[in-house]
Each structure stands twice: as C-alpha cells, then as structure tokens.
Design a protein around this ligand. Structure first.
Ligand code: SAM
Length: 436
C-alpha cells in the first residue's frame, strides 16, 4: 500500500517527526540518574566546584585521574564506581558517523570545507560502536561516505560490518549519491537521502563545483528501485537556490507521477535551511532579502497547490514543504528559539568524525577547541572516554559560549525531551525508527 492510499506521510510522520527524539528518553533518564549520583545536579553547595572541575577538564588543565579523584572524594564514592558511571555516560542514542572526509564535490558553505581528508580506520569501527552503543547510526560526512576507502575496504564493508556485528542498529545514509558502491549495503540500511539542492545542472555545478547533476538523478532512480525503505532527496535552501524551489517541486512531482507504486511509497523530499557558522548564527545576516525571496517561492508553490489537488497531495505526503512554509517564528532560515534548562542533545547525540574527534553537534564540528575528545589518538582510550563523558556534561550544563537559545539550533530537542521526560509517552505512537 502506498503512503498516499494509507494517507500517511512517511517524511512527516517518521523521517522528520520531531517526536522521534523521544525514542531515546530511557537513555536520557539513565544518564540523568548517573549525573545525580556523581553529585553534578541539584547540589547547589557543590556547584561552583563542579563548574570548576568541568571547565578544567574541558580546557585540559585537569587530568581524568584528578577529576575522578575529586568526584569520588566529594561524593564519598569508590573511584571504580565513579569510572563506571562516567563510562556509562559515554554511550549515545544517535551516532552521526563521518566515515571519511574525502569528497568529490566542493559545496559552498559546507561545514567541513577546511577538513583534513582523513578516513576512519576500518579496524576500529567495531570497538567504537560497541563503546558508543547507539540505537541508530547515520552514516554521512565530512566528505562523501560512498568514497570510503581504507585498507581496500569500501562503504559496503563498513555497513556490512555494522549490521553483521550489531544487527539491531538502525542505519541511515546521507550522501551526495554521485557514486553507488558495489555490494549489498543497500539491503542493510533503513533510509537514504541524496543531497541534491538544485533543479538544474547550472545551479548544481555552481553550488557543488562539479557537473554531476544528471548522474545523481540517475542514481536516485537506482535507489528507488532498491530495497531501501525510504529514499529521499535533500534540498538545503540557501541564497543560491531559493528561486529554484517551485521548479524543483514541479519536476519531482512530474517524475513522481511516472514512478512505480513501489518507488512512490519510498520517495520523499526534505527541505532544510542552510546553517551559518556557529560564530555568526546569533547575528545572522540574511543577505539579499533571503526571507522575502523565500516567501515568493513558497507563495508560488502554494498557489499551484491550491489549483491542483494531486500536487497538493504530493507536497503533503512526499515532502516537508508545508512544515517550512508554516515556520512558527515566521522565518524560513532562523530557528525557533525554544527554552530549555539543560542540553539534552549532548546526552543523546554524538558526532564521530573521520579523524576520531567527537562532538555533540555538527554546528561546532569546525571548532577543534570545542571537541569532546578523541579516543582514536588517545594514549589511554578508557580515560579518554571518561574525559568525553565529562565534556558532554560541560555542554549538558550549557557551559559553552554557544549554549543559548540564540545560537543553538537543536534547542527544540532539549525542549521536547524536557517537556516529556516526566510524562507517560506510551500513548504518543512514536515512529519505530530511532533516528534524529
Ligand atoms: C556535509 S554533507 C556530507 C555528506 C555527503 N557528501 C552529502 O553531500 O550529503 C552532510 C550534510 O550536511 C549538510 N550541510 C553541509 N553544509 C551545511 C550547512 N552550512 N548548513 C546545513 N547543512 C549543511 C548537507 O546538506 C548534507 O545533507
């Protein structure tokens, strides 16, 4: 049965359903309990010392050994117990795994343009996934995951290794889809999204620096004929492609009508706004009237939908167009500044970069001084995992200069988790896919 006949939009109810973060609520509760046992929360008398300790670990002036000693003494806990609790905090709900920084494109404003071209060592993957123990893994970059090559292992080998070793993990792939690696990885992932971002060759070449538009469309069709449950097309809207949105949607509507029912059921389009770098987010300069131009593009598309029911259905069922056009704060580009008390995202989400550095969020991935740590290069991996856990608390307690609602684009995650952490969520009918 297609999504249309079931009248359920996969893109809105599953892939971009904001409640999907609640799939990780039990992990959040376990972590908050551990944080309390370590004396970090609701203990006002210790709070200045706790701030000092977390700052010292983050800036490298305190070693993990010193921090563990201090926490043990302060809370009258055995240091083995403290290490055990902190090691438990290293795990994550969703892992965004950047398997390589090698890329065949050079997209304007890519967060990773100043990258190192590193590739994550194949032989370390199992150890990392065992320690991080995520429910779901999104394989992406950095660079282009389909170009992964380490000791002659390809992306196919990476995905096969993960599903064979950890059969319960859900796997998604975000890539540019200019190349489809050989192998049966296609049968092992739940969803895939191709970053297309353009409605013609010229704009694609302008944004991405390379002429691979037609090839990408061809490859999207290949994946639509595969066993992947959801095959998406990503459109990161930005100064360079705002005017293309109506054409982009018309083209895909036309293509959609000629797809098999099987392909239609998996096809989706996901719009997202480009993010400026974290330093400029609070005083983001929307150059060239981006909001006004977006408004015109949105109006043009909605006007067409008003007179064409099939197109309107397509927008509702196969795209998240109406979510962007009804932005709560009236802006297409600026995020909704939701209030939250702690950064729950830091407890539930981890980025593992191709050089081994770990971050709580992609927006700070280009800021080495904000990294949580690097187990891959550390002399003592066990201690480094504890250091990473302590640094996630640095973010959990919003101690970084960017941990306010004006900077944080993930504040909705924290707001939602905090709203539901004391409620019964069994009636919410959450999507069965644990990714966000
Ligand atoms: C950096 S790409 C790497 C994976 C793959 N090469 C691709 O093109 O999808 C991963 C995702 O980051 C998104 N991205 C890159 N720069 C961004 C920015 N400035 N703001 C928001 N998303 C961005 C891309 O749209 C893409 O969906």
């Amino acid at each position: 049965m297609t999504n249309l006949t079931k009248n359920i939009s996969a893109v809105n109810t599953v892939l971009r359903n904001k409640y999907r973060v609640l799939n990780h609520i039990n992990l959040q509760k376990r972590k908050v309990a551990a944080v309390r046992m370590l004396g970090f929360d609701e203990c006002y008398a210790q709070w200045p010392e706790n701030r000092q300790l977390l700052t010292a670990v983050m800036d490298g002036s305190s070693s993990v050994g010193q921090a563990v000693c201090e926490i043990s003494a302060r809370n009258r806990l055995d240091s083995t117990k403290v290490r055990e609790l902190l090691t438990g905090l290293y795990t994550t709900g969703l892992l965004e795994f950047h398997i390589t920084d090698v890329c065949d494109l050079s997209c304007i404003e890519c967060h990773y343009r100043a990258k190192s071209l590193s590739t994550f060592p194949f032989d370390s993957i199992s150890t990392f996934i065992t320690a991080l123990n995520p429910k779901a893994i999104t394989i992406t970059g950095g660079g282009e995951p389909s170009l992964y090559n380490n000791t002659h292992k390809t992306m196919n080998d990476v995905i096969r290794l993960i599903v064979e070793t950890f059969p319960n993990k859900k796997i998604g792939l975000i890539n540019n889809n200019t190349h489809i690696p050989k192998g049966d990885w296609i049968d092992c992932i739940q969803w895939q999204r191709s970053s297309l971002d353009a409605a013609n060759r010229e704009t694609y070449r302008y944004i991405k620096g390379v002429d691979k538009y037609d090839l990408t469309i061809e490859n999207i069709y290949c994946l639509l004929a595969s066993n992947i449950q959801f095959v998406g097309v990503g459109f990161l809207y930005r100064n360079e492609n705002i005017e293309q949105i109506p054409l982009f949607l018309e083209q895909w509507f036309e293509r959609y009508q000629h797809m098999t029912v099987y392909a239609q059921a998996k096809f989706n389009i996901q719009f997202r706004p480009i993010s400026p770098s974290i330093e400029s987010i609070a005083d983001y300069d929307l150059h060239n009237d981006m909001e006004v131009r977006m408004y015109k593009s949105v109006q043009e598309t909605t006007a067409r939908a008003h007179v064409n029911v099939a197109f309107d259905n397509f927008l509702r069922m196969q795209t998240n167009f109406y979510a962007i056009s009804n932005a709560k704060n009236g802006s297409y580009f600026l995020h909704d500044q939701q209030e939250f008390s702690h950064c729950q995202n830091a407890l539930l989400h981890r980025i593992l970069r191709s050089d081994g550095t770990e971050y709580p969020d992609f927006l700070i991935c280009n800021q080495p001084k904000m990294s949580l740590g690097n187990v891959l290069t550390a002399n003592n991996p066990d201690d480094e995992r504890i250091r990473i856990s302590l640094n996630t608390l640095f973010y959990y307690f919003r101690m970084s200069e960017f941990c306010d609602t004006a900077h944080c684009r993930q504040c909705w995650v924290s707001q939602l988790v905090e709203e539901y952490s004391s409620k019964d969520i069994s009636s919410l009918d959450l999507p069965d896919l644990a990714f966000f």
